[in-house]
Ligand binder design. Structure first.
Ligand code: UGY
Ligand code: MN
Length: 251
């Protein structure tokens, strides 16, 4: 929240092809199942997205559960804090993540006594692939995921949190770009993105315009939205992004 003596100017932009929205602009709301947690809905079909993504601040010692919806898979990522997956010994720390397949019990979380746990949650309707394995889940921690050199440039590295396997219809990746590096082309592709800036700052190119972006911003990119990026701050950029993958486009 700005101090009363500050101006109200915002970098938020919402169009039919993309949205760039700093976190400060999302008022907190509540959702059934999450108790007293503050919820910030980032992307939804109301925006034009074919998925739902939100941030939840789960207070210390409290429990929250993602809603179970038929045919919908759920991804979670711990942005900060500690806790565990309820009913298991599965400890969560910053960088823990998991994908829960559509027919499994909706994930439920408990925040540690020491403070709020901030979670990123993403729901997507699972698209089955005839002749391929059924949906499966995965769990892990970002520190255990190899950072692969991307586009032959050791200054840009990609961590794929979800295995690149036809059983999965979505990717959640973390890009790291050293200062001055970024995407070497303007991409235009059928896949959608929901992108959370984790660290750093730079310039994002969205549908014809370069815009400043920084830690805490959320960006939605519609299919075929022209996009590029360059890390323009003194420290590396890290962003976590969703992408629908591995499926034909339904007609
Ligand atoms: O995987 C991607 O499409 C990625 N290169 N896009 C992006 O970072 N905007
Ligand atoms: Mn892309």
């Amino acid at each position: 929240m700005r101090r009363p003596d500050q101006i109200v100017h915002s970098r938020a932009r919402v169009t039919s092809r993309y949205a760039l929205m700093p976190m400060e602009g999302f008022p907190p709301s509540r959702l059934p199942g999450w108790g007293d947690a503050e919820v910030f809905v980032l992307a939804s079909p109301r925006l034009g997205a074919e998925f739902v993504e939100y941030v939840v601040d789960l207070p210390a010692s409290s429990t929250g559960r993602a809603e179970r919806k038929q045919g919908v898979e759920t991804f979670y990522y711990v942005l900060s804090g500690r806790g565990r997956v309820n009913g298991t010994a599965n400890e969560l720390t910053t960088g823990s993540f998991g994908l829960v397949p559509p027919d499994a019990e909706a994930p439920s979380f408990v925040a540690a006594d020491s403070g709020t746990m901030r979670l990123l949650i993403l729901h997507k309707r699972y698209e089955s692939a005839p002749d391929h394995a059924a949906a499966v889940g995965c769990t892990g921690h970002v520190d255990d995921v190899a950072a692969e050199v991307w586009a032959d440039n050791p200054s840009s590295r990609l961590q794929a949190l979800i295995p690149d396997d036809p059983a999965f219809d979505m990717a959640m990746n973390i890009f790291t770009f050293d200062p001055g590096c970024g995407l070497p082309i303007v991409e235009t592709h059928v896949m959608e993105h929901g992108l959370m800036f984790l660290e750093g700052r730079g310039l994002y190119y969205l549908d014809g315009e370069w815009m400043e972006a920084e830690q805490g911003d959320f960006i939605w990119m519609a299919p075929y939205c022209p996009q590029s990026y360059v890390a323009a701050g003194p420290t590396p950029t890290k962003y976590l992004y969703y992408k629908n993958v591995n499926r034909e486009v339904p007609l």
